[in-house]
Write a protein that binds this ligand. Structure first.
Ligand code: 3PG
Length: 306
């Protein structure tokens, strides 16, 4: 089989080498498309492939239509909102992710972001400490749990909301369960977002929730920019000069926010949560193994489009 590794944001070399090794040893051919300048480059590269490994690369209906032999897409990472699942399912293409493989990298960044904002973006202004503060975790999945554990180790108290988990499961993960978004936002000095981008979550965090946060609170977004209602965020930041926002996914109105709110807002120049050598290796190699296994045994354990 021919497998395309399409990564607009490339993996570390060690991950690419590992992927090639796993797939060639399993008898497959590997093609690499990195840092491609235009979406058309991706569309052009899929004509003769049977499988692909991607990151946040956009596998649209157009890309799928241009890949008549495609059988499996593995998103080396957690979120698969970049894949047109309906178009893939309509063709019987299996879509998988590699859950948990890059979680630690994202969790470390979320903690770093809290400290960065607490210390006024590493400027000499007097900052604050995160120890003794309360962290709210919105969605207690692989990343959320790790953020909670790291925050506890740094002296924070941690609460979490997750509609898919029982209280005991949240407690077992070391956090105090809360039962509504309103309660979560109202009680969190730091609020770390870990929800996926779904029709039900897009634009779901806006004025109503953010304005409930306590004095001096910071909202940390290492999830997706789409879950924030940007106009609502801007309005709250205007009304509440004590609030801060830091994100790994620049909002569309970032320039306006920066101009208006200065050191109270920060966005990374390019999504970097999962951009560590370790996460690249974990997620990249897991993706390669899942593809090799799928072709060898039909294993669809991590399929997301059932
Ligand atoms: C994920 O969903 O796994 C993260 O957002 C990482 O995305 P990336 O592979 O584009 O860095």
């Amino acid at each position: 089989m021919k497998i395309l590794v399409a990564t607009q944001k490339p993996f570390a070399a060690a991950a690419v080498n590992g992927i090639k090794e796993i797939l060639t040893q399993a008898g497959h051919e590997v093609a690499l498309l990195e840092k491609y300048p235009a979406q058309e480059d991706l569309t052009a590269a899929v004509a003769d492939i049977q499988a692909m490994i991607i990151r946040s690369d956009k596998v649209t209906a157009e890309v799928i239509a241009a890949a008549p032999e495609l059988k499996i897409i593995v998103r080396a990472g957690a979120g698969y909102d970049n894949v047109d699942l309906a178009a893939a399912s309509a063709r019987g293409i299996v879509v998988m992710n590699t859950p948990g493989q890059n979680s630690n990298a994202v969790a470390e960044l979320a903690v770093a972001m809290m400290i960065y904002m607490a210390r006024t973006q590493f400027t000499p202004a007097t900052g604050s400490e995160i120890a003794g503060k309360r962290l709210g975790v919105q969605a207690f999945g692989a990343v959320g749990r790790l953020v909670g554990a790291k925050a506890k180790a740094l002296g924070m108290s941690v609460c979490a909301l997750d509609p898919f988990l029982k209280d005991e499961q949240i407690q077992a993960g070391g956090a105090e369960p809360v039962h509504s978004l309103e309660e979560l936002y109202a009680g969190s000095d730091y609020l770390s977002i870990h929800i996926p981008a779904l029709p039900s979550t897009i634009g779901s965090i806006g004025y109503d929730l953010i304005s409930r946060m306590p004095k001096g609170a910071t909202l940390v977004n290492t999830a997706r920019k789409e879950v924030i209602d940007e106009a609502g965020l801007e309005k709250v930041l205007e009304e509440r000069p004590d609030l801060k926002y830091i994100t790994d996914v620049a909002p569309d109105n970032y320039e306006a926010l920066k101009e208006k709110f200065g050191l109270r807002v920060f966005a990374t120049p390019k999504k970097m949560g999962a951009q560590t050598a370790e996460a690249n290796i974990n997620a990249g190699l897991a993706a390669a193994r899942q593809i090799a296994d799928y072709f060898a045994t039909g294993n669809t354990r991590f399929q997301v489009n059932r």
